[in-house]
Design a protein around this ligand. Sequence first.
Ligand SMILES: *[C@@H]1O[C@H](CO)[C@@H](O)[C@H](O)[C@H]1NC(C)=O
Ligand SMILES: *[C@@H]1O[C@H](CO)[C@@H](O)[C@H](O)[C@H]1NC(C)=O
Ligand SMILES: *[C@@H]1O[C@H](CO)[C@@H](O)[C@H](O)[C@H]1NC(C)=O
Ligand SMILES: *[C@@H]1O[C@H](CO)[C@@H](O)[C@H](O)[C@H]1NC(C)=O
Length: 514
Amino acid sequence: MACKPICVCLLVTIIAGAIVGGILFAAKSMNKKGVEPSESHKHNYVAALKIAMQFFDIQKSGKLVNNQIKWRGDSGLKDGKEVDLDLSKGMYDAGDAVKFGFPLAFTATMLSWTILERGQRMGMEGVDQLQKAKDSVKWITDYLVNAHPKDNVLYVQVGDAEKDHKCWQRPESITDNKPLFQINTTAPGSDVAAETAAALASASLVFKKSDPPYSAKLLEHAKKLFIFADKYREYYSVSLPQVKKYYNSTGYGDELLWAASWLYHATQENIYKDYVVGSEAEEFADWGKPSWFSWDNKLAGVQVLLSRVYFFHGKDNTKLAKYQKSAQALMCTLLPESPSATSDRTNGGLIWIAEWNALQHPVAVAFLASLYGDYMEKSDNENLECDEKTFKSEDLREFAKKQADYVLGDNPNSMSYLVGYSKKFPKFVHHRGASIPADATTGCKDGYQWLESTKPNPNEATGALVGGPFMNETYIDSRNNSMQGEPTTYNSALLVGLLSSLATSSQSVVTSLG
Ligand SMILES: *[C@@H]1O[C@H](CO)[C@@H](O)[C@H](O)[C@H]1NC(C)=O
Ligand SMILES: *[C@@H]1O[C@H](CO)[C@@H](O)[C@H](O)[C@H]1NC(C)=O
Ligand SMILES: *[C@@H]1O[C@H](CO)[C@@H](O)[C@H](O)[C@H]1NC(C)=O
Ligand SMILES: *[C@@H]1O[C@H](CO)[C@@H](O)[C@H](O)[C@H]1NC(C)=O
């Protein structure tokens, strides 16, 4: 597991922000030399991107194909057997061997969004990462399709997290049957069903040209899952209380809007557009109140994705305008010079919201900022108005770059939090597979000698983005420090999104999304 339940912290409202944030910000900016960018590209975003992409190979379950990771092998081959399903693929969530459907689907959605916006010639394809990214998406979507055997049944977890966490062993050496968890009409889960719909709808666009039958299959599953999610409304953590401790969902309205937004992009059908501007929007959209973007809360993603529709095709739609205004309000909280700038930052300028897996939030919003800036630029909307101050898309890009640079080493520890990048990075990552030599034969309990070992991991978890620093910017590189030192698959997906954005010129934004 990598996640303690994370409260969805709302940012300061405009009013509170103007009073509190404004004062804090004024004090802060006087202390600093200035938030001006360092002009030179000190970091190699392409190299970092290629590294981050490798983490998906490390997390794969199932029968591996062209495996490039020496210390990984086949695992989970029997997953799903007892219900005659092949649930062998998919990816492990973090340093364990559980396949958690909710964050896994989010991983696929983020990778797909990245491919759609940053995939082409000047982007991922130009640096030879497009095919690899598509393969990673497919490794997840193959699993998600199989996990949806009937219209109103979705398997949302493989493996008992409680049990898994009482063992320290490589996924390859697990022989016990892993329990399966499903949602259905008597035990529904709108959040996880809708996130899975979003993943499959966005992925259907990824494969639209290269594999039309597969794309059509993904879209069909997406549509059915959306109906299931919308018709049987419930939190999956109510239906399956055991998930609360790991990936508790704090709402499903965000996922319903997110799924509908992706289905709209995938189909161009008005029913989905009507959904995001209809009565559900009034209920769920929470316009005007910025929120942090994460595996739990997708509202900021919805706002940015629908700003895209607003900027390019929907200027006359007042509801779409509300999404765009909300996205703009979030952007204004991110820019450090803005009157409504959030004070949730470290001294070094990193957006910092939560102790557990701290880096997910800055990386996620930096990705959104880079996209929003490109949407502005491409649609000839030059100005980002934050109260009395006006910013440009370059300011958003600079913000995104600064968050990435912090992650890659511009921090008080001069350490890269991306494993494998630069000379100094975490060596005691909380990851069972990385910590146990591939030829060791350990079972559940005797594997703990590898957790307790004082030596660095024998295997490098290349591409892992660890949880990251405390608010005071310290980081303890210790294997048992799962709060700071456990990577997650969705962290890497978010980072791939951000790095792809920085590795490409802003000219390359979108063709595939139309
Ligand atoms: C529906 O899902 C719940 C929760 O996973 C499970 O206990 C129940 O057996 C399922 N119902 C059917 C008919 O399989
Ligand atoms: C899970 O989310 C629900 C809905 O927001 C919330 O009421 C509950 O307190 C959360 N549980 C945990 C363990 O965080
Ligand atoms: C690791 O951390 C957990 C939770 O803090 C603790 O219960 C356990 O004893 C620690 N194990 C070792 C080997 O330090
Ligand atoms: C930094 O913050 C952590 C977590 O709050 C705390 O345990 C640690 O003592 C702090 N370190 C310093 C040097 O202040």
